[in-house]
Design a protein around this ligand. Structure first.
Ligand code: SR1
Ligand code: MG
Length: 418
C-alpha cells in the first residue's frame, strides 16, 4: 500500500478496505470522523458510527514532519514502526494498560486502535484537579512489567542485542537529546521565553557549570546506557485514565535506554504538576493542600511500588531459571545485594532524568499546559522558578538521595504543602 496522509474525508474509505475493522462497525457508510490530535508529532482521528456511537476506533497516523513546527521540519514516518513494535511489546507484558490494537500498517504509518472514550488524557484531567486513586499502582506495574523483561537480567546476551538492533531509533532519540538534554541549557534559537523571564533566570540554567556538567552526564547516560526497552516519552500526556483504569499510549520514542528515564519522566511530571497547583488550585477556588498532597503521595507510591515490583519480577525470573552464578551457600545474599545496588542506580537516574524533564518544559520548545497556560505571568514565573530550583538540586545531588521521601521533602521545602 502506498503512503498517503489521511484526512477526516478520506478516513471512511480507508477503513472500508480493512477486514479487522469491518468487524467493529455494522455500517461503514455511516461514520463520523474528527481530528483530535493535540500532541506535538502526529495526527489522531476519532471515528464513530453516527447511529451507534459505541462502535468506534481511533486512528493515529505519522506524517513526514514534526507537527508542532510544521512541514519545514522533516521527520521520517518510521517513528510509527517503532510505535507499532513497542505497542506489541507492551501488549505482551502489560495488556491491561495498553489500548487494543485492531490494525497497523508501516506503509501507511498508522495504527487503528481502541477509542479510550471513557478515559481522558491525564494531563488535562490533572489540570482540572482530578485525582486518580489507582494511578501509582497502575503506572508502577506498567513500568516494572514492561522494563524488566528486556534487561540483561532477564534476556540472554544475544536475545537482548537482537532486540536492541530492532529498536535503534536515532531520529526520535535526537529529539530528546536536543530538546530535553541540550537546548534548554544554552541560549538556543528553539527555546521560548515569556516576557517576565529575566536574564538572571536564563543564566541560572544556562551559565551554571555544575548544572551543565550534571545534565551532560544525564545526556551521556541517555545515549549510552541500553538497559531496557523504554517507552521513551512517559509524561502525563502519554497516559489516559479514569478512576478505575489507566492506559499508556504513544510509545513512538521507544528505544533501549536507561530505565530511570521512563520512571523519571513520570515522576518529574508529577513534580511539575505539584508546583503548578500552588496556583491552579487557587484558580479552581480550592485550598492547595489536599490536591498537592495527593500528587506527592502518588510520586512516593509510584517509586516504592515500582521498586518492589521490579524486584519481584527479578526474583521470580531467578526462581524459574536459576542462575548458576548464585549457586553457592551465601548466593542468596549476593543476589539480594545485586538487586539492591541496581535499584539504587535506577533511583539515582530517575532523579536526574526527572530533573531534566522538568527543566526542559520551562524554557524549551515544548511546554506543558499545567504551567504554560497559567494566565498570570508573574504567578507562572514563580512556579517556574520553583521548578528550576528543585530540578537543579535533583540533578546535581542525585546520588545523595536515599529515599523518595527525601525527594518529596525537597519539593515541600521549596514550596510548602499548604
Ligand atoms: C520538539 S519536542 C517535542 C516533544 O514532544 C514529545 O512528546 C516529546 O516529549 C518531545 O520532546
Ligand atoms: Mg507523544
Amino acid at each position: 500500500m502506498e503512503y498517503r496522509q489521511l484526512s477526516p474525508e478520506t478516513v471512511p474509505g480507508f477503513l472500508k478496505g480493512i477486514p479487522s475493522v469491518q468487524e467493529i462497525f455494522s455500517d461503514l457508510d455511516d461514520l463520523e470522523v474528527e481530528e483530535v490530535g493535540d500532541g506535538n508529532l502526529n495526527f489522531v482521528y476519532k471515528v464513530r458510527q453516527r447511529k451507534s456511537q459505541e462502535q468506534t476506533v481511533v486512528i493515529k497516523q505519522a506524517v513526514p514532519f514534526l507537527r508542532i513546527v510544521g512541514e519545514s521540519w522533516p521527520l521520517s514516518r518510521t517513528r510509527m514502526n517503532f510505535e507499532i513494535q513497542a505497542l506489541e511489546h507492551h501488549t505482551k507484558y502489560c495488556r491491561q494498560h495498553v489500548p487494543k490494537i485492531f490494525y497497523s500498517s508501516t506503509d501507511m504509518s498508522l495504527v487503528v486502535m481502541q477509542n479510550l472514550n471513557r478515559h481522558a488524557v491525564l494531563r488535562g484531567e490533572m489540570i482540572l484537579g482530578k485525582t486518580f486513586p489507582k494511578l501509582a499502582e497502575h503506572i508502577s506495574s506498567f513500568l516494572a512489567n514492561t522494563l524488566f523483561p528486556t534487561t540483561d537480567w532477564c534476556l540472554t546476551g544475544s536475545e537482548k542485542k537482537a532486540m536492541v538492533s530492532r529498536f535503534i531509533n536515532p531520529e526520535l532519540c535526537k529529539i530528546t537529546e536536543d530538546f530535553v538534554l541540550t537546548n534548554p541549557y544554552e541560549d538556543h534559537e528553539t527555546n521560548i521565553y515569556h516576557d517576565q523571564v529575566t536574564q538572571a533566570d536564563k543564566d541560572y540554567l544556562q551559565q551554571d557549570s555544575q548544572l551543565k556538567v550534571a545534565v551532560a552526564e544525564m545526556k551521556y547516560a541517555f545515549m549510552n546506557h541500553s538497559e531496557a526497552l523504554l517507552h521513551g516519552d512517559l509524561h502525563i500526556g502519554s497516559i489516559m485514565a479514569n478512576e478505575e483504569e489507566t492506559y499508556v499510549i504513544d510509545p513512538e520514542f521507544a528505544f533501549f535506554g536507561p530505565i530511570g528515564f521512563d520512571v523519571g519522566a513520570f515522576i518529574g511530571n508529577l513534580f511539575l504538576a505539584y508546583y503548578a497547583h500552588e496556583v491552579r488550585q487557587k484558580m479552581l477556588g480550592r485550598e492547595p493542600f489536599e490536591y498537592r498532597n495527593w500528587i506527592l503521595r502518588t510520586a512516593e507510591e509510584t517509586w516504592n511500588q515500582f521498586q518492589a515490583k521490579f524486584e519481584a519480577n527479578w526474583v521470580a525470573h531467578e526462581r524459574e531459571a536459576p542462575n548458576s552464578y548464585w549457586n553457592y551457600p551465601e548466593g542468596h545474599i549476593g543476589f539480594a545485594l545485586q538487586r539492591q545496588r541496581f535499584l539504587h542506580h535506577i533511583f539515582e537516574d530517575t532523579i536526574g532524568f526527572a530533573a531534566c524533564k522538568m527543566m526542559r518544559r520551562i524554557y524549551g520548545l515544548a511546554k506543558v499546559a499545567d504551567i504554560a497556560e497559567i494566565p498570570d505571568l508573574k504567578a507562572r514565573l514563580e512556579v517556574e522558578r520553583n521548578v528550576m530550583c528543585m530540578a537543579k538540586v535533583m540533578v546535581q545531588q542525585r546520588s545523595a538521595f536515599r529515599s523518595i521521601q527525601e525527594l518529596t521533602a525537597l519539593a515541600q521545602e521549596i514550596s510548602p504543602l499548604r
